[in-house]
Design a protein around this ligand. Sequence first.
Ligand SMILES: [Zn+2]
Length: 322
Amino acid sequence: MSSLAAISQAAFGDIPAPLRGWLLQLHGVAEGQKPTCRLTLLYEELPACLEYFQSLGLEMLIDELPSDALRFGPQSPKLRAEMRRLKHVRVYLARSWSDARDLYRAEAKAKDYADIGLRLGYPVCCVEAAEAADEMTWNIEAQEWRQTNLVAVGIEASTRADFHCNHLLIESTIASFGPVSCIAHYPCRLDCEASSKIGEAALSIASRRWPLWHEVLIPLLKAPVLYWPDTDWPPDFWQEYAGLALLGATMRDDRTWSSERAALPLASVDLPFPSQGITAGSLQDGGVLVQSPTATLHLSFDLFGKPWLISWEDGTVRRLPL
Ligand SMILES: [Zn+2]
């Protein structure tokens, strides 16, 4: 992790920290790969970022983040409440003022879900899949609305995976170091062809502009992922990005892995089981056995559900038990 922080500093030291995770989106718009993009920032982060937007020649419209966005998100009710306490802004960016304004209007005025996605340059197949699956259900236990987990929907629709579609690290603790996803949307499948093309174009920006980061990004995107859908988890653990990226690990005999590096939790909030420092594990019939510095834990399917194993290197997507 510390070496990643050092590489981030070397690659992006002169770029405002809140923007480092968004760089592929911002430069994608500046270079004409994408029509528009939309960022969420803390209100107090905004002044430091304005000059960078201008240096890219981008037009922008800034608005307070719609309060709905923080009331109905996929996060736990507790996290949503914490986020609501801080003032956030949405920045709508495009090369032309009219495109930025039209994106703003699509969200703030019309709240047209599909129109927003298409204006952001997301593939039609992904926009349609998200629109069809996304809904709010009233959760009796939490006495709160709960949004469909669109990450899980995309994984469940997949039989193959292309690492250009790997968006699973964007809520992790390394997301503040630099861009960790080549796409900004929920892909309809993990091998969505249109999303892969967008991802390839974004990676070409990274390799040209920040070759140091590009070099660390590729293995991050290719690390196998164990993903647990949060469907039956208690409200305090609702989290659409829940699982472990097995950094530097390769699967042996299809069922066991070990690595010198600890697995990276996909979420920066707690999972319902200890998830720090895990360096080895094995896939068993009733659960996943993992090795942390202090203990061996059995993550039973009965307690936590059955995770998915996504092997970006060989392109397989499988639900446990294998
Ligand atoms: Zn798609």
